[in-house]
Ligand binder design. Structure first.
Ligand code: NAP
Length: 229
């Protein structure tokens, strides 16, 4: 039976490309987005090419939303084996000059969002003895690189990296938890001047989402190579 993958923030950018690639690899894909109109449209655009992609609404920043979706899917007899935590926001500003809302918004979407989805979907993976969690992080969250970029973004990506390590140490069986930096990618977040297209940005995400049993867990990757936290 094909595995089912759930992708957050799948309506555009890297998330949409990850949905396309995972479906092309033969997975059943649940494309989630916080805006139902945009999410439906994105899922239909892929399903129109014969790919098994469908939409479910999910605002990752809303406490309880991931848990409710997981319960609904469980009740319908559906199992999620692959979770891609892709959704994120990128508010501007430094530690001292960013508006307070930048921090609350970034913590809710970039850190608590993946935490809630992991808590909602990883228990099912543990019961099944198989799972892949991919946390789409950033070089901005790397202490080894001095946490470059806007403060709310860098701090929450560092926290996402910490979640990756902590959860990877907690899971058992063939359940793998990894973080990835997609590089600088031409999306609404990355801007038009970025050197990479979404295909390149999605590549390591898809690789980690489909790792074989002897693949790594608890790592941070860019271009399919381990990088420093
Ligand atoms: P993007 O085009 O700005 O897309 C961000 C996605 O996240 C959108 O679908 C957005 O939905 C969604 N989102 C934001 N808050 C959400 C929430 N509360 N609930 C559900 N969805 C939410 O950005 P991208 O470049 O594709 O980024 C994808 C991932 O790659 C992010 O984790 C980002 O940090 C990471 N990344 C990107 C780059 C780059 O250069 N682009 C570099 C390093 C890391 P809406 O359409 O509703 O806003």
């Amino acid at each position: 039976m094909p595995h089912t993958a759930l992708v957050t923030g799948g309506n555009r950018g890297i998330g949409l490309e990850v949905c396309r690639r995972l479906a092309e690899e033969g997975l059943d894909v649940i494309l989630t987005a916080r805006d139902p109109v945009l999410g439906q449209r994105a899922a239909r655009s892929l399903a129109g090419h014969g790919l098994k992609v469908r939409f479910e609404p999910l605002d990752v920043a809303r406490e309880g939303a991931a848990e409710a979706l997981a319960a609904r899917l469980r009740d319908a007899g559906e199992r999620v084996e692959v979770l891609v935590n892709n959704a994120a926001v990128y508010p501007a500003g430094g530690v001292l000059d960013a508006p307070p809302g930048a921090f609350t918004e970034a913590v809710a979407a970039n850190f608590l969002g993946p935490l809630w989805t992991c808590r909602a979907f990883v228990p099912g993976m543990l019961r099944a003895g198989y799972g892949r969690v991919v946390n789409v992080s950033s070089g901005a969250g790397a202490f080894s690189d001095g946490l470059p970029g806007p403060a709310a973004y860098a701090l929450t990506k560092a926290a996402l990296n910490a979640l990756t390590l902590k959860l990877a140490a907690e899971v058992r069986g063939d359940v793998k938890v990894n973080a990835v930096c997609p590089g600088w990618v031409r999306t609404r977040m990355g801007g038009r001047g970025a050197p990479r297209g979404v295909e390149a940005g999605a590549d390591t995400v898809v690789w980690l989402a489909t790792l074989p049993g002897d693949g790594p867990s608890g790592g941070f990757f860019r271009d399919r190579e381990a990088i420093e936290w």
